[in-house]
Structures are given as structure tokens and as C-alpha cells.
Design a binder for this molecule. Structure first.
Ligand code: ZN
Length: 409
């Protein structure tokens, strides 16, 4: 397309896409944008309307509000609650008594290690592998199991099916991670059911950051998030399950992605708990802990789109997850990382703003060709899908370039 055609197409769109808030606000404390989705964008249904981060009238986001609440929490009493829970489940003969989902990143390494070493549990780790392991991701995964002495169940989905779903999710929703997120989320409950281990322990409650504040008041993930009712309809990549046959994907191919039945979860008493409810959650502390105890290594190089080297580094496709978020919400990986680090007191707001201006939205060029080959599209289709999803309330097209209308300052 010529620049004029791009501009005409951009102006023909509705003013606000994706159901985002029309007014862009950045948190006065932590720099986070109010355009950020508060949950992983609709996991099963077609994602037309996205819930975004809560903000109070004083311009402070709910994740920052939670920080104040967190200071008031009686952590010793929370640990007692954890002990009671673990005492109820702990096996006497060393058989599995808790499931820890993860891929050997710093958070799952931390959770599985303290469950085993400090609390005498016998974790079964469960992994939905990345689309394509990075070298460092694969190394960390192996170290995690080896050093921790942990059993692991991994389920690698059919790569053809997974690539097809990822392509649809990219082209229809600009959310290439949707199939991965669905598979990952539903795998641990499936293994729990199969192995009859009802307790699942996650690391952080996403609510800790950007879900609704009320969700932080419970240690449990709501069952509605990971089970299905008998008459539930499913969508993958924005396509109804029944229509996927047109793309060469049959019902049976989707088995690994589907949630367990609500009735089965209830019968076995499956519960997903968050460690962040019982232990004050500090990503950087988890990093130091996992380096010391599980041999975790940070990325030898900076991840594209941010300045950080220790989060989300095991998948070569990661960069496209963050880049598409940046296009849809004007909020990228550096903003994510910086907001956490301000809240944890590691960097100042001023430093954060500078890092965001420098790195947010950086194009993930390292694995670009690999990504195009993986989902089977060409560069023209890539650019078209990207530009189609730039909401006019966030993006301007001037002098042959895309520019964000609002930047944090
Ligand atoms: Zn904030």
C-alpha cells in the first residue's frame, strides 16, 4: 500500500478499536497505561471486548493500590494457612501431592523448590512447552528438573495444528499467543484429573498486577477460568470450533487445548492456589532465589522490546506476543517490566519513563523470518494484520511513519 492508501484506510476505521477506553491515562505512580488488558485477552470466546486495568479517580492503577493493601497483610498468618493446606495434601510415601505448572522460569522454579525443600511436598511439574525453545530456555528447563529432582509431564501439541491456530489467532485477533495461553492454562487441570492430584499451585495471581482487586482477596483461581460447562461453545483464533475443519483442524486435534468439565473438577476437588497469596511476591527475589537454588540463568542478551534479562525468555516467539500487545494497546514489554520494578522499588519513575521511550515497541527482528515461516504468512500479510489493528485513538500515521499519540511522561 502507498502512504496515502494507508492513511485513508486508517481514517476509515472506527475511532476506538478493541473496546478500549477512549481516554489514555498512565498511572501516576507506576507508568502503566489504562489500555492494558486486565486479563489474558478472552481465552476461549472470540475476543471482541477486552477488560482493561482498573484505575481510581486519583489516576492510580489498581496494581499500585494493591501494594498498599499488601503492606497491611499479616504474612505469618498467611503462611500458617499455607501450612494447613499443604498438611491436608502432603503424601506420606513421596507420591505426587501438588502440581506446579511452569517451564522452569524463575517463578515456577521458585515455587516448586520451596514446596519441596521447605514444605516437604512432592511436586509434579507440568509444562506446555514454548513454540520454539530458545537455547537458554531449554537449558533452564533442564536445570530446573535436574537440580530440583523433579518429575515433569510435558505435552507438546501437534506442531501443524498449533501453527494453524497461531496463524488464525494472529490474523483474526492479532493475538498470536492465544493458542499457547489456552493450552498452557488447561493442561495442569487435565493432568491433575488424570493423575488424581487435586492441588495445583501457581506462582503469582495475575490479579496481583492487573486483575480486579477483589480477586486478590482469595488464594484460589475461580473454577470458571479453567473448566467448561456441558454446553460451552469454543473459539480458537476467533473461529468457532465447528468451523475449524475448514482450516484442516478436527475436533480431536483440539483435545489438548480443551478445558476439563466443571463437574469433573468438582468431583475430584481440584483447586488452583496462588503462592503469591501466601508469600509476599517479589519477582526479583524469585530470580535471586532460583539462580541460587535451581541453577537458573538470565538471558545472555537483552530481550528485544525491553531492558530486562530475566523474564519470559524461553520462547523465540515471545517477542511477537509483546509486539502485538504494543500495537493493540500502545503498551509494550518495557512498560510492563518497568511498572513492576517501580512498584518493587527497584527503579524510579523517571528511569522507567526513559527506559520505556528507549525500548517499548522495539520490533522483534531477531526471529521475524522464523515467525513468518512458522505461521506460514508473508511480510505483506504481517504488515496488513498489524496496521489493521492500530486503533486511531492510539496511533497516527505521519510522514510515512506510525507514531503513538500518547506517550508516558
Ligand atoms: Zn500503577
Amino acid at each position: 500500500m502507498t502512504p496515502d492508501q494507508i492513511l485513508t484506510a486508517h481514517r476509515a476505521k472506527p475511532a476506538v478499536l478493541h473496546g478500549l477506553p477512549e481516554r489514555v491515562v498512565f498511572c501516576k505512580r507506576c507508568v502503566m497505561s489504562n489500555q492494558r488488558p486486565s486479563t489474558s485477552p478472552e481465552l476461549v470466546k472470540r475476543d471482541t471486548k477486552i477488560d482493561t486495568v482498573g484505575f481510581d479517580d486519583d489516576g492510580v492503577c489498581h496494581a499500585c493500590k494493591f501494594l498498599e493493601i499488601k503492606k497491611q497483610i499479616d504474612w505469618p498468618s498467611r503462611e500458617k494457612q499455607l501450612l494447613q493446606l499443604l498438611d491436608k495434601h502432603r503424601s506420606k510415601d513421596g507420591s505426587w501431592d501438588v502440581i506446579v505448572p511452569g517451564s522452569g522460569g524463575k517463578d515456577s522454579a521458585y515455587v516448586s523448590h520451596i514446596l519441596k525443600a521447605k514444605y516437604g511436598m512432592n511436586p509434579l511439574t507440568v509444562t506446555w512447552p514454548p513454540h520454539a525453545y530458545t537455547d537458554i530456555g531449554w537449558k533452564n528447563f533442564q536445570q530446573w528438573l535436574r537440580k530440583g529432582g523433579l518429575d515433569n509431564v510435558s505435552l507438546t501439541p501437534n506442531p501443524k495444528v498449533h501453527a494453524t491456530l497461531t496463524r488464525l489467532a494472529f490474523l483474526n485477533l492479532l493475538n498470536p499467543f492465544q493458542p499457547f495461553i489456552i493450552g498452557q492454562k488447561n493442561l495442569a487441570p487435565r493432568v491433575a484429573l488424570e493423575k488424581k492430584v487435586p492441588l495445583i499451585m501457581y506462582g503469582e495471581n495475575q490479579a496481583e498486577y492487573h486483575n480486579k482487586l477483589v480477586e486478590n482477596a482469595s488464594p484460589l483461581m475461580s473454577r470458571a477460568h479453567y473448566t467448561a460447562k456441558a454446553d460451552q461453545k469454543f473459539f480458537f483464533g476467533g473461529v468457532a470450533l465447528e468451523k475449524l475443519a475448514e482450516h484442516g483442524v478436527r475436533r480431536g486435534d483440539l483435545e489438548p487445548y480443551l478445558p476439563i468439565a466443571e463437574a469433573d473438577a468438582e468431583k475430584l476437588g481440584i483447586e488452583i492456589h496462588y503462592m503469591s497469596y501466601y508469600h509476599a511476591w517479589q519477582p526479583q527475589e524469585n530470580y535471586y532465589y532460583s539462580v541460587e537454588h535451581t541453577g537458573f540463568e538470565p538471558n545472555p542478551e537483552r530481550s528485544e522490546g525491553t531492558y530486562s534479562r530475566y523474564a519470559s525468555l524461553d520462547d523465540r516467539v515471545d517477542g511477537f506476543h509483546y509486539y502485538t500487545m504494543f500495537v493493540k494497546f500502545g503498551q509494550g514489554r518495557a512498560m510492563n517490566d518497568a511498572a513492576h520494578e517501580i512498584r518493587d522499588g527497584h527503579i524510579s519513575r523517571e528511569e522507567a519513563v526513559a527506559l520505556i521511550h528507549k525500548y517499548d515497541g522495539e520490533f522483534p527482528k531477531k526471529y521475524y523470518q522464523e515467525f513468518l515461516d512458522y505461521i506460514g504468512i508473508d511480510e505483506g500479510q504481517f504488515v496488513e494484520a498489524i496496521d489493521k489493528n492500530r486503533s486511531p485513538h492510539l496511533w497516527d500515521y505521519q510522514g510515512g511513519e506510525w507514531k503513538l499519540k500518547h506517550r508516558v511522561s
